[in-house]
Design a protein around this ligand. Structure first.
Ligand code: DC
Length: 226
């Protein structure tokens, strides 16, 4: 039986996870947050005192890293070597670390295998940077979500402030621009809109409007297939 794969890619703060989660729940599909997998690798590396920018320091750790991803009430639950790290992978340090480890070929290969295995096991909405271009090139529906850097930084700032992090708008914006550049300029599987992806710009849309737009697009596309 062939399962439906919905790929949602885009830069940090474009609303991917909230939108993907809602679309998945409306469709009755599993939601898979691939960024969380890169974050788990980064957290492990940081805890080991390694430099996330150095492939030779990170690649040897991979056999010791086991990542499991489960459906939770509020998005995915990420299990790193048996420990629930869901709440620990959302710090600015881990965000940058995830972007760094995302450049390392061995990390991408390990996570690619896990991501494809999951997508083969049921209908999924998978979000990330390279889902439509590399992980699931045959996904039946591909969306590329974007928004201006200022809007994305503002949204990310309120998320971080809600969690009690003390960061400024300028710090969030400059981290985001650095991460965008890291993610789009890397040699393997860079952040890029797939040729057959539908572009959704959420700059001037509220969250409910963005969700409605993506959901309409998905239903229209999925309707053509089902
Ligand atoms: O989606 P996110 O912000 O949680 O992702 C964190 C980082 O992980 C992102 O800056 C780059 C990396 N990543 C990736 O390289 N490929 C993916 N499919 C998802 C995330």
């Amino acid at each position: 039986m062939e399962f439906i794969n919905i790929a949602i890619d885009g830069p940090a703060g474009a609303g991917k996870s909230t939108i993907s989660k809602t679309v998945a729940s409306e469709m009755g599909y599993a939601y898979i947050d691939t960024g969380a997998m890169f974050r788990a690798v980064a957290l492990y590396a940081i805890r080991c005192g390694k430099n996330t920018e150095v492939g030779d320091e990170i690649a040897p750790l991979l056999p010791d890293i086991d990542i499991d991803i489960k459906a939770g009430e509020n998005g995915n639950i990420i299990i790193l070597n048996g420990e629930d790290v869901t709440g620990k992978i959302r710090t600015p340090e881990v965000s940058m670390g995830a972007s760094n480890v995302g450049k390392i070929p061995e990390v991408r290969q390990k996570l690619l295998e896990l991501q494809r295995k999951i997508a083969k096991s049921g209908n999924v909405v998978m979000d990330g940077r390279d889902i439509g271009t590399h992980v699931l090139p045959d996904a039946q529906v591909k969306i590329f979500l974007t928004a201006s850097p200022q809007i994305r930084a503002r949204r990310r700032l309120s998320e971080l402030m809600e969690k009690g992090e003390t960061v400024t708008f300028d710090e969030v914006l400059s981290d985001m621009i650095k991460r965008d550049e890291n993610d789009s300029k890397r040699a393997i599987a860079p952040l890029m809109q797939a040729a057959d992806a539908i572009l959704v710009d959420t700059t001037h849309l509220t969250l409910p409007q963005s969700i409605a737009k993506v959901l309409d697009t998905v239903k229209e596309k999925a309707g053509e297939i089902l």
